[in-house]
Design a protein around this ligand. Structure first.
Ligand SMILES: [Zn+2]
Length: 267
């Protein structure tokens, strides 16, 4: 039986090739690309929530060039020993990491609120169930998943706890304080440090922290990669326009990617 539930009534959705239906008759069409849109109007903050097509395309191009490959490899290496059967990538974007997670679990779900992101993800990877939906109201049955991955999104702790089976895990990836420091120094007069620990308190007492470590690697960014990174990085838009423009015109920039990886176990 599917662990995906109807976002309207919470009953299990029966999956057929063209349409998914719940026992109460709510139905959701499978899109041409193979994904299903389970986002209800009342869960949307705007008409087209989440990353827009331009941001999604920049992220796809940047990630496909392998700049964050070491992070993807590190995440897979942490997850493989867990032996999870089912995995949800919550806030999966265009699916770069989700695609790799198919090697660590047999049943993989990618969920994002951005339809353009899920469309792009579904066009590339067939072995994943792609869903447009909200992480704040996860369309999964209680205790139905073994692992939830949360990369660079606001973690919805109570929801993750609800959908995870006891003993299930959450992988949380956040930028570390010195992530892209030289890039941020070029953009801002005063650089505000990322706070990787700001989410920790929210996991207590529903989860226990099992592992934490840092993944760091140098980034040499030529102009195109730099422009893509600025395009996909929301805070870059808060920079002064002249600083942003100067950076977009730079030949190259050397910086360092630094991520914090936290693995939690559901109590
Ligand atoms: Zn229903």
């Amino acid at each position: 039986m599917s662990c995906v539930v109807c976002p309207k009534c919470g009953l299990a959705l029966e999956r057929a090739p063209r349409t998914w239906k719940c026992p109460r008759g709510h139905s959701f069409d499978v899109a041409r690309e193979g994904y299903v849109n389970l986002l209800l109007v009342q869960h949307k903050s705007s008409r087209d929530p989440g990353d827009n097509p331009e941001m999604v395309r920049s992220r796809r191009a940047f990630l496909d060039d392998g700049h964050y490959r070491p992070l993807r490899d590190a995440a897979v290496a942490r997850l493989a020993p867990l032996g999870a059967r089912s995995l949800l990538d919550a806030g999966c974007g265009e699916g770069y990491y989700t695609d790799a997670f198919t090697s660590v679990a047999a049943e993989v779900y990618g969920l994002d609120i951005s339809r353009p992101a899920i469309q792009l993800a579904a066009r590339r990877t067939r072995g994943v169930t792609w869903l447009v939906g909200s992480s704040a109201v996860l369309p999964f049955a209680d205790a139905s998943l073994d692992l939830v991955c949360n990369l660079f999104c606001q973690p919805q702790v109570a929801q993750m706890h609800r959908v995870l089976a006891p003993g299930g895990h959450v992988l949380l990836v956040t930028p570390a304080p010195s992530h892209l420091l030289s890039l941020r120094e070029a953009l801002f007069e005063q650089v505000r440090e990322h706070e990787p620990d700001k989410f920790l308190a929210g996991f207590d007492p529903l989860f226990e922290l099992r592992e934490r470590d840092t993944v760091r690697f140098p980034l040499h960014l030529e102009r195109t990669a730099l422009q893509q990174l600025l395009q996909m990085t929301p805070y870059a838009w808060k920079a002064r326009p002249d600083r942003r423009t100067a950076l977009e015109q730079a030949q190259a920039l050397d910086t360092e990617a630094v991520f914090s990886l936290l693995l939690f176990r559901r109590k």
